[in-house]
Ligand binder design. Sequence first.
Ligand SMILES: Nc1nc2c(c(=O)[nH]1)N[C@H]1C(S)=C(S)[C@@H](COP(=O)(O)OP(=O)(O)OC[C@H]3O[C@@H](n4cnc5c(=O)[nH]c(N)nc54)[C@H](O)[C@@H]3O)O[C@H]1N2
Ligand SMILES: Nc1nc2c(c(=O)[nH]1)N[C@H]1C(S)=C(S)[C@@H](COP(=O)(O)OP(=O)(O)OC[C@H]3O[C@@H](n4cnc5c(=O)[nH]c(N)nc54)[C@H](O)[C@@H]3O)O[C@H]1N2
Ligand code: SF4
Ligand SMILES: [Mo]
Length: 695
Amino acid sequence: MTRTHCPYCALQCAMHLEPGADGALAARPAAFPTNRGGLCRKGWTSADLLASPDRITAPLMRAGRGTGFTEVDWDTALDHVAGRLRELRAGHGPDSVAVFGSGGLTNEKSYLLGKFARVALGTSQIDYNGRFCMSSAAAAGMRAFGLDRGLPFPLADLGGADVVLLAGANPAETMPPMMGHLAAPRLIVVDPRRSATAEQALANGGLHLAPRPGTDLPLALGLLHAARTQGLLDHAYIDARTTGFDDAWRQAAAWWPEQTEHVTGVPAAHIRRAAHLLGTAARAYVLTGRGAEQHATGTDTAGAWINLALALGLPGRHGSGYGCITGQGNGQGGREHGQKADQLPGYRKIDDPRARAHVAGVWGIAPEDLPGPGRSAYELLDALGTDGGPRAMLLFGSNPAVSAPDAGRVRNRLAALDLLVVADFVMSETARMADVVFPVTQWAEEDGTMTNLEGRVLRRRAAAAPPEGVRTDLRLIGDLAARLGQPAGRFPADPDEVLAELRAASAGGTADYSGVTGERLASGEELHWPVPAGGAPTPRLFLDSFAHPDGRARFAPVAHRPPAEPTDTAYPLIATTGRLMGHYQSGAQTRRIPELAAAEPEAYVEVHPDTAARAGLAHGDPALVTSRRGTTRARVRHRADARRDTVFLPFHYGGDQAANNITNPALDPTSRMPEFKVSAVRLEPDGPDRQGGTA
Ligand SMILES: Nc1nc2c(c(=O)[nH]1)N[C@H]1C(S)=C(S)[C@@H](COP(=O)(O)OP(=O)(O)OC[C@H]3O[C@@H](n4cnc5c(=O)[nH]c(N)nc54)[C@H](O)[C@@H]3O)O[C@H]1N2
Ligand SMILES: Nc1nc2c(c(=O)[nH]1)N[C@H]1C(S)=C(S)[C@@H](COP(=O)(O)OP(=O)(O)OC[C@H]3O[C@@H](n4cnc5c(=O)[nH]c(N)nc54)[C@H](O)[C@@H]3O)O[C@H]1N2
Ligand code: SF4
Ligand SMILES: [Mo]
């Protein structure tokens, strides 16, 4: 029996892996503070993918995009890829090769991938899917607090709160065991949909505010306004611990509840009631999820929710606070160790000369040999195969053909590459487009560390040997580095050796892991970063001061901007997107797990019955949802409690069922987060005459 953590989301539920009656490994819940002995359906079935017939166990290559793949041995595939990379670099310079990483990768993989890009390839063109995830909240958190750690307190603290406001987060489906921590507090759920979490709020005497998608920012300003009118602001805290309140207030001053109702659709009485509940609570939290953050205004929107929390005196107080609910398994660690375009390990900035000198020293290169910042994820994908853009891409742990915004356009860019190399354990939609696919180990076959949503570093442990023919991501990176002329030992395949290097590279940085040792992890010590060498970990940040030089948190003077794409007569509805309990992300993994695939086999669109009827559609009918970018096919599901102006699509399906065929790649100016949560669309029947017309 091996104790490890779930391969999927940032809750990182603890589990035991043990052989079942048929000899195959099965996952069972284990005691741990975040999941408290629970697992969701995805966790329970996670081991089913280990022995899946869909698993790839030999490198795959093909002569051209039109032809089929052939299994080859590792040396053939590695030599081919290294040779092509050398040619491209010689002909077009180091930035002709791009690297795309993932918040699903362990800390060790994230770190080594960033080092590989900068040192072995010398490219600036590296970014990762976390840009699509929490980048807006991270940017807002940096601006407000001087430091970004998703939850700056242990998750279990939430259980002691009187009120928790959840803006654009649906943990009842996206992190079900987390709901155990939210059973006692009254919940205020801000979601255009009557989500499972909103249902729970209503059942427990809380509130559900259902704004028009893309109007969280004015709603947060309206709540601030209502709280001030009711005399609920914490002026002593504002004076002692913050700066910038007056400028922020000037932006909120016009948002009296009736004006806010006019723009958001949330009744003024509900706004006053929510402000009262939150503002009179002795202990309260404001939490944001992707619903608030995945907008072209995401940084300012997260900033508006933070302003509300600051004005009520919540952040940096024991038992209260603000947090962003990180999403992917290592969404937190993945944003700290250098796979982001503008960043070096330890959450350091790549354009900071001291950071460059420190990291170059650890890597044994000259600081001037380190590339500068590169393109952000969508900008990188959009540049592939264009004049001046990368001609090759190496991809680890993402499936952008399904999950990137305006995915049809992204698929065209991927197809325009001279060389696409994908490391995966299944043939994802993106792997199917590749020239070379490397088969890698899954979570239960490897060791490493992950950092969960509360900034706690955890150990991932191997429970089984990988199938013959499969290598770890670390080994693959090292094998390529060696063929690109890197000295032996610079890219170790042993995760403990990589962690030792990561300790040195992160030492003294914002996300300081220098005290994260195998021994301390094994002892069960709760290692929330920063963990300086030999020093105590930091479960709760900001209790004495915030991370800005003056120790104060900063209000942001944020103003409402409407979504990038307004509705009009041709595209009269708003489409928003999100998640279902039983599927994970692009679905590459969970659509291959029979129990999960059977429960939710195909894409659907949630629609108010009147809205559906106006489009000539009944419950269960196949529909086309079309935006200015493209079309997606989905079956109509009636929701009598849905907003009439909004439809919802899960994004877990590929091909002509991909919700991202319609999404808008408008980017937030600061975080470069795309607007996944608002597109203007029209809805129409998908008759037999339409079959095949939209693929
Ligand atoms: N089952 C499952 N769990 C997962 C994942 C998964 O794919 N499947 N992925 C993991 C990852 S990487 C992440 S990032 C997290 C995400 O976790 P969540 O943030 O909880 O997930 P979403 O479903 O994307 O969005 C949450 C809610 O935002 C609402 N929403 C849409 N537009 C708006 C808006 O304008 N304002 C507001 N306030 N709300 C809006 C949606 O209706 C949705 O219910 O989940 C993690 N857990
Ligand atoms: N419309 C819409 N689009 C969205 C979102 C949304 O809410 N709406 N949410 C966005 C968010 S928050 C996220 S996080 C992204 C996620 O979307 P993706 O980046 O596509 O993430 P996954 O589907 O998890 O893809 C992971 C792939 O890597 C493989 N893999 C898993 N672990 C490893 C590993 O350790 N090594 C290697 N080499 N491969 C591995 C899996 O098999 C799978 O093929 O989607 C974004 N896209
Ligand atoms: S909540 Fe997240 S970590 Fe826990 S079992 Fe489900 S997917 Fe895994
Ligand atoms: Mo995410």
